[in-house]
Design a protein around this ligand. Structure first.
Ligand code: INI
Length: 158
């Protein structure tokens, strides 16, 4: 029997891409800093001249899939992380944005076989988003852990 599991150590062979939405950047910048803190504590070089990490900024969560697709198709990354914040109070097209972002990201991930972590907060209001971006817990940290697990799991499978 072969038992496949992701690892949270020995991340040195992983290259990670992060795609971040600028919309609600009060929140997404906090998610990004939680993410970088976790990656760094697990051995990923997150410095400006890192060869293990690239970060792409997009206008909003709606644009996360197309840029993720571009990065995933490049073959350079073992795992991608998408970060966004879709807040119901902001606009009536909340439902469209979150549906397109979630469907798009999952379909790119399956089409390219590159794991893409879905780090898009979906909340009813800004308070809930702030709570998930650092006031109570920074989910950016968890998204980075999930990325390490999935990136290394896919390496083990291949
Ligand atoms: N983008 C978000 O990331 N979060 C939102 O809450 C949001 N709302 O509510 O409108 C949002 N809209 C912008 C959208 O993602 C696109 O950038 C824009 O429509 C241009 O294509």
């Amino acid at each position: 029997m072969v038992r496949y599991e992701g690892r949270f150590t020995q991340a040195s062979s992983l290259k990670v891409g992060i795609v971040v939405a600028r919309f609600n950047d009060l929140i997404t910048n906090k998610l990004l800093s939680g993410c970088l803190d976790c990656l760094s504590r697990h051995g990923i070089d997150v410095s400006e001249n890192s060869s293990q990490l690239d970060i792409a900024w997009v206008p909003g969560s709606f644009e996360l899939p197309i840029v993720s697709q571009n990065l995933a198709r490049s073959g350079r990354y073992q795992v991608l992380i998408t970060l966004g914040a879709v807040i119901r109070g902001d606009t009536p097209h909340f439902d469209v944005v979150i549906a397109e972002a979630s469907k798009g990201i999952s379909s790119v991930s399956r089409e390219t076989a590159v794991p893409i972590i879905f780090g898009v907060l979906t909340t009813d209001n800004m308070q809930q988003a702030l709570e998930r971006a650092g006031i109570k817990n920074n989910l950016g940290w968890s998204y980075a852990l999930q990325a390490l697990e999935m990136g290394s799991l896919m390496q083990a499978l291949n």
